[in-house]
Design a protein around this ligand. Structure first.
Ligand SMILES: Nc1nc2c(ncn2[C@@H]2O[C@H](COP(=O)(O)OP(=O)(O)O)[C@@H](O)[C@H]2O)c(=O)[nH]1
Ligand SMILES: [Mg+2]
Ligand SMILES: [Zn+2]
Ligand SMILES: [Zn+2]
Length: 396
């Protein structure tokens, strides 16, 4: 197992630094807790609060133990607690954290690329569809994740049938920098549990990526990632905008795609102290979103017009992935020139190109979404699982 990274603040967690929160919820006759509350400065800093909210007591384990400690006794009330917290940010770690493989997925891209909609639809797809055909089950790893997924993502698109409001920069709204954390349990054919993997999704606002100095948390998140899904909006490309049928609703012109790849590469190189010629080993999935809106530009036989076959196979379809990647690469070359492709190639050792649509419709003007019909949202995610040998692939 590699380094253990806190899924909230993305600092490295050393087993001996793990702290505990007293879990004694017994109350006295006057309603106060038997083991009193204390203001928690670190949690307040993490949440961007000026006045710390009183929380249950934090303490560290006195006795040394090998590996990640699972429980400790509160020095005040002598109750055994299993509520482990990160010593840097004081967030409660998911149950199996540190005992399981961590899989941090960074979803990055400029403002308005479709990150929030993609995450919303992908999570729904993983939990409700992929688990039917792949040998894993998935569930939210903490209550905060369930709550935020429902309130910030699911409600808009699946219940109110409207677009998700724009993500604010982490500097404006601190809660956006708290990742959604899921637990994936991988089984073998005999339903024996093989491995538990924690997946953290972090919805970064485009502005965070535009200002290198104000993005330290985002920064850590990206260079500690097990895989990066870089989303790009094809509707930003000159070659696409000029060739779409008249009247196609288009977003305002935003950050150029070369800027995103350049900033991301520079940031990882700097953080890891890499030499100029070294390539970044984090697998990079470069995915063009909103494919539904550019259908008129795709050839009749285009692969990205139709769903992939991974679900039916219950395995990763390696050949399909390669063909999609080649087709996307040719399209990018045609629409944006070779600059972007050259940057990906010179900076990353493992990459693949994808095309997808989270919604299957273009709500640019109406702001309404009648029905969500995702197209290939699962491809980059499955590719990353396959690269990490968590699912099987087939080349038949
Ligand atoms: N055509 C189309 N438009 C989309 C899709 N997903 C998002 N959008 C549009 O892109 C806008 C920005 O999406 P959002 O997820 O908020 O982008 P973010 O800033 O990267 O999080 C949305 O308001 C939609 O209008 C999609 O799958 N297809
Ligand atoms: Mg967003
Ligand atoms: Zn932390
Ligand atoms: Zn206590």
């Amino acid at each position: 197992m590699g380094k253990i990274i806190c899924p909230f603040c993305f600092e490295e967690i050393k087993p001996q630094n793990i702290e505990f929160r007293c879990s004694n919820v017994t109350k006295k006759i006057d309603g106060s807790f038997v083991c009193g509350l204390e203001p928690d400065e670190k949690l307040a800093v993490y949440r961007g609060l000026t006045i710390p909210i009183p929380q249950r007591k934090v303490f560290s384990k006195k006795l040394f133990s090998f590996g990640i400690p699972k429980e400790a006794v509160c020095p005040d009330c002598k109750t055994t607690s299993r509520d482990r917290i990160c010593s840097c940010c004081h967030n409660l770690l998911p149950n199996y954290y540190g005992e399981t493989d961590n899989f941090m997925l960074a979803v990055i891209g400029a403002k308005e690329t479709g990150k929030s909609h993609y995450i919303a639809v992908l999570i729904d797809y993983i939990i409700n569809i992929l688990t039917e055909s792949f040998l894993f089950s998935a569930s939210a790893a903490n209550d905060e994740t369930s709550r935020r997924y429902k309130e910030d993502f699911k409600r808009s698109i699946y219940e109110e049938h409207v677009i998700i409001p724009a993500t604010q920069a982490a500097s404006v709204n601190r809660s956006v920098r708290e990742p959604l954390i899921y637990e994936l349990k991988f089984h073998d054919e005999k339903t024996r549990l093989k491995k538990t993997v924690t997946v953290a999704f972090f919805d970064t606002a485009g502005e965070d990526l535009n200002a290198e100095d104000t993005m330290s948390v985002v920064n850590r998140y990206i260079f500690n990632a097990s895989g990066i899904i870089m989303l790009l909006d094809p509707l930003q490309l000159e070659g696409v905008r000029n060739n779409l049928p008249d009247g196609t609703p288009l977003p305002d012109v935003n950050t150029e795609i070369e800027t995103i790849i350049a900033r991301t590469s520079r940031l990882i190189r700097k953080a890891k102290g890499m030499k100029a010629n070294d390539k970044i080993s984090i697998p990079l999935a470069v995915a063009f979103t909103k494919i539904d809106a550019i259908m008129p530009l795709l050839s009749p036989g285009s692969l990205i017009k139709t769903q992939g076959n991974h679900y039916n196979l219950g395995m990763f379809d390696v050949i399909d992935c390669k063909n999609v990647s080649d087709e996307m690469e040719a399209l990018i070359n045609q629409w944006a020139g070779h600059g972007f492709l050259a940057q990906v190639e010179s900076n990353f050792s493992t990459y693949s190109y994808f095309g997808l649509s989270a919604l299957g419709c273009n709500p640019q003007e109406s702001k309404k979404i009648d029905k969500v019909i995702p197209l290939r949202v699962e491809d980059p995610f499955l590719w990353l699982l396959w690269k990490h040998k968590l699912i099987k692939g087939t080349t038949k």
